[in-house]
Design a protein around this ligand. Structure first.
Ligand code: SF4
Length: 351
């Protein structure tokens, strides 16, 4: 494998210098900024991250500000990005860095000791910020390598990432490690695209790419059999009293741990059963004003939700009744529930 990879730096570095997108986190190589961007970019599209990134850095410009941020503020800044444990781990790691004097670890091993930092993030920060020959192998990079080498190893097999990382690190160009890491990522994100549609006509690797030479780009990367996603029915309550909306905190462990949610129950209740439930909670339901159907997909499961909007004559039920101002300024609601809010309120929160 390694022999064929030797050509990568000389092909990719000039291409990257000419074609790199001007992304906000590429303005400098400050480890705090690069680290935050890499965590945000996990499982999230670049376009979606851009707004969050700027707002996050404005509110929490350095590692000390993040370490000392109140949890509600942090969750509000992350609201809608999903995978909220990323934000919690960011803060835990920031506290660890702050306690150690405020300087970021500059080696892969040191970075791996931070909560929420895995091989990919450690490789990205170590190479981009500290010019270490550490590869950052994600799905984009695996796709490029799989096609370039016409490698039949399934890219979701446990050993594949490690083998790719070790092979790449033998060809890392000293002094240009960060550019090389970013060039590989960039090629996967903008040229060697997923779903069988790579843009080989503009690819700097085309001459040496085995899949391209064989006309077999669509056959790579290979993937193992996928596990079916578990589907679950849920009934969601939009309980309104005046302009207040009933909310509650989720348990501290498990899915969406510790975040706010709209009250909800497993299974699909009928409209009458939903009203009866609101009655049992002591809310004096006056009218059921809407029935909504939404789906939210998590990594391993899917919620098929039926939402009932119910006007209530009184607050209660042990819920927190959040006013419109509360909902705008704090109390982050994950996307699974936010999609039930009125469109104008949803948009306001997404700005
Ligand atoms: S030539 Fe095509 S398939 Fe090969 S790395 Fe470039 S874009 Fe991907």
């Amino acid at each position: 494998m390694n022999e064929r990879l030797k050509i990568l730096p000389e092909r990719l570095l000039p291409w990257f210098a000419a074609h790199a997108r001007p992304l906000p986190w590429r303005k400098d190589r400050d480890p705090y900024r690069v680290w935050v961007s890499e965590i945000m970019l996990q499982q999230t599209r670049v376009e979606a991250v851009k707004n969050y990134y700027d707002r996050f850095l404005l509110a929490l410009p350095d590692v000390l500000a993040l370490a000392n941020a109140p949890e509600e503020k942090l969750m509000k800044l992350w609201e809608g990005l999903g995978y909220y444990s990323r934000a919690r781990n960011l803060q835990k790691a920031a506290k660890q860095v702050a306690q150690a004097g405020g300087a970021f670890p500059d080696t892969r091993e040191g970075l791996l000791a931070l909560p929420g930092v895995g091989e990919y993030t450690a490789g990205a920060v170590a190479s981009i910020c500290f010019d270490r020959p550490c590869a950052a192998v994600d799905g984009n990079v695996l796709r490029v390598l799989s096609r370039f080498l016409a490698d039949p190893t399934p890219i979701d097999s446990p050993a594949c990432k490690r083998q790719a990382r070790e092979a790449l690190e033998t060809v890392y160009p000293r002094g240009r490690c960060g550019d090389f890491t970013q060039a590989l990522m960039e090629l996967g994100a903008t040229v060697c695209l997923p779903n069988g549609a790579p843009d080989c006509g503009v690819c700097p690797l085309a001459k040496d790419c085995l899949a391209h030479r064989r006309g077999a780009q669509r056959d790579y990367p290979k993937k193992g059999a996928k596990k079916a996603r578990r589907a679950e029915e849920r009934t969601v309550f939009l309980l309104r009293c005046g302009d207040a909306l009933a909310m509650e905190k989720r348990p501290e462990k498990g899915l969406l741990a510790g975040l706010w949610q709209l009250p909800n129950l497993p299974g699909r209740l009928t409209p009458q059963e939903a009203v009866d439930t609101a009655e049992q909670w002591g809310l004096c339901p006056a009218a059921l004003t809407a029935e909504l159907h939404k789906t939210h997909i998590f990594t391993h499961m899917e919620w098929n939700m039926t939402g009932y909007e119910i006007r209530c004559a009184r607050e209660g039920g042990g819920f927190f009744w959040a006013t419109k101002t509360d909902r705008r300024e704090g109390y982050a609601l994950p996307t699974a529930f936010r999609q039930f809010l009125f469109p104008e309120e949803r948009e306001e929160r997404e700005k």
